[in-house]
Design a protein around this ligand. Structure first.
Ligand SMILES: CCCCCCCC(=O)SCCNC(=O)CCNC(=O)[C@H](O)C(C)(C)COP(=O)(O)OP(=O)(O)OC[C@H]1O[C@@H](n2cnc3c(N)ncnc32)[C@H](O)[C@@H]1OP(=O)(O)O
Length: 140
């Protein structure tokens, strides 16, 4: 799974987060280590980085079902700041699967199991025609 130049998961994006997502049944997960280059306020991971990781996890759930989607809605609750030096685990799983709409829940926890953030997403399945219209080239 994965796309080389994706900002969150791409191996070849020199500016990216290089998070590696893994499948576990219909769930997906990844680890992420917060470094100084990921901060907004001093010592605190930027909320946009947290959001990007949760968004990505939500997109990997349908990708794990061989479905290409875009995020139509993403609601995030930021519970506790992620500090520089912390490693977090991001997990996501489907809560409802329809032909065109996949509902996904995602969480980010630290190694002590403390909840850092959670998200609910609506992922819209794209037809091949829609993918082409958006310029999305899927990998074989
Ligand atoms: C490995 C790499 C992973 C990369 C992961 C990246 C994940 C992302 O961040 S994707 C980027 C961010 N998202 C975007 O850019 C999406 C931008 N938005 C869009 O393209 C469009 O608004 C899109 C496709 C979501 C919906 O388009 P729209 O033309 O409204 O959809 P359309 O095809 O007409 O409708 C499809 C169905 O979905 C429904 N729908 C559309 N939006 C929503 C929504 N927000 N909530 C619920 N249902 C919705 C419609 O009502 C319709 O239902 P029905 O078929 O029953 O009438």
């Amino acid at each position: 799974m994965g796309y080389d130049y994706c900002f969150v998961c791409g191996d070849k994006n020199p500016h990216g987060l290089k998070a590696k997502f893994n499948a576990d049944g219909d769930s997906v997960w990844a680890s992420f280590h917060c470094e100084e280059r990921h901060i907004g306020w001093p010592n605190v991971q930027h909320g946009g980085i947290t959001s990007a990781l949760l968004d990505e996890a939500c997109a990997y759930v349908p990708l794990n079902m061989d479905l290409v989607t875009v995020t139509a809605e993403l609601n995030i609750s930021f519970k506790t700041p992620v500090q520089v030096g912390e490693t977090v685990r991001i997990e996501a799983h489907p809560t409802k699967v329809n032909k065109r709409l996949i509902l996904v829940e995602a969480t980010m926890v630290n190694q002590a199991g403390e909840l850092k953030a959670s998200a609910q997403a609506k992922m819209l399945v794209l037809s091949k025609t829609q993918q082409a219209a958006m310029g999305i080239e899927t990998q074989a």
